[in-house]
Design a protein around this ligand. Structure first.
Ligand code: PHE
Length: 352
């Protein structure tokens, strides 16, 4: 029995030396120190021994048990220390490293150009005026002198809204910011119908068209409308104002040209081009070799439109213009696809 105890001890100490992890150590404890372990089973076999053997074996068994317990405690301490050292060296933090810069949010490129245009027009005396996105057919078309069967009024161009109570004045999402001209003129002229005040406003807003989405057209886009109404406003004022706008927007050397055009609500009408700032007018893919970039539509407010707004066309005159901030952003940054604006691709947005 004493020999057996000696071999239990040696075996246990040998396997303990091989336990390298806390899990292996726990396994060792179960095998060598629990109730079902070999040392403990010696105690339960005391009854089979003679009266002389019993105290000797009992003492020896106790010694072995204590030795194993002590060895276990020591090994356990060593392994814990090792684990701690390992954690300290692998998880160390270098407090002298510079911090990671926090990512800053930014304004959307469409918002940036919208604000820039408004700031320039603001400096030139145009006050911001906002109008509604959901319009009536009357404001979006009729009051703006669209002829009864003008193609822009047809379903394929406009998002009409299901509003049965609207009757023969259906509701739609505005297809341009021009209905704001009528709303502004009516609001101003109501202040003093006999002698309405002069108007100089810039009208920003989202516009909507029922179109196929392609690289060149979106169903939703910004416009900025300009409107000046007063006595003695001439076509010269329109040209001077828009040429000055182009210089402030595209640079002091920006040259512009006006091309005769047609809009139902202006007469005469013109589109303004700015000399291509990519090639300096020599011709390149951005200006499609023309040397010019189309920037906006404009014209003298049509007498019928002045009338509809409460301004007597024999006393008052005015000019109006409408431009697309996103189109200007595209030209400035040589963007070839308008869909980037609402694509929400962070790689695109981060460049601004
Ligand atoms: N509303 C016109 C468009 O959407 C632009 C425009 C505005 C033209 C004002 C003339 C005057 O194309």
């Amino acid at each position: 029995m004493l020999d057996k105890l000696k071999s239990i001890e040696n075996n246990a100490l040998d396997t303990l030396a091989g336990a390298e992890t806390l899990e292996a150590l726990e396994q060792w404890r179960i095998e060598n120190l629990s109730r079902s372990s070999e040392v403990m089973s010696v105690f339960s076999k005391m009854g089979t021994l003679t009266a002389e053997e019993r105290p000797l074996v009992g003492q020896e068994a106790n010694k072995v048990k204590q030795k194993l317990e002590a060895a276990f405690a020591e090994k356990s301490e060593t392994l814990k220390q090792e684990a701690m050292q390992k954690a300290i060296s692998s998880e160390k933090i270098d407090v002298t490293l510079p911090g990671r810069p926090a990512k800053k949010g930014g304004l959307h490129p469409a918002t940036v150009s919208l604000r820039r245009i408004l700031a320039i027009l603001g400096d030139m005396g145009f006050q911001a005026y906002t109008s509604r996105d959901v319009e009536t057919d009357e404001m979006n078309f009729q009051a703006l002198n669209f002829p009864p069967h003008h193609p822009a009024r047809e379903m394929q161009d406009s998002f009409y809204i299901d509003a049965p109570e609207a009757g023969d004045n259906p509701m739609l999402l505005r297809t341009h910011t021009s209905p704001g001209q009528i709303r502004a003129m009516r609001e101003y002229s109501a202040l003093d119908p006999q002698n309405p005040p002069a108007i100089r406003i810039a009208l920003p807003g989202m516009c909507y068209r029922y179109e196929q989405i392609t690289a060149r057209s979106e169903v939703q886009f910004y416009q900025v409308e300009g409107l000046a109404v007063g006595k003695n406003i001439t076509y010269g004022d329109l040209k001077g104002t828009l040429a000055e706008f182009a210089r402030r927007m595209f640079g002091e050397q920006a040259r512009v040209r006006f091309r005769a055009s047609y809009f139902p609500f202006t007469e005469p009408s013109a589109e303004m081009d700015v000399e291509c700032f990519v090639c300096g007018g020599k011709g390149c893919p951005v200006c499609k070799n023309s040397g010019w970039l189309e920037i906006l539509g404009s014209g003298m407010v049509h007498p019928v439109v002045l009338q509809n707004g409460g301004y007597d066309p024999t006393v008052y005159s005015g000019f109006a213009f409408g431009m697309g901030p996103q189109r200007q952003t595209m030209l400035l940054h040589k963007m070839n696809d308008i869909r980037y604006f609402w694509g929400n691709d962070i790689r695109f947005l981060q460049q601004f």
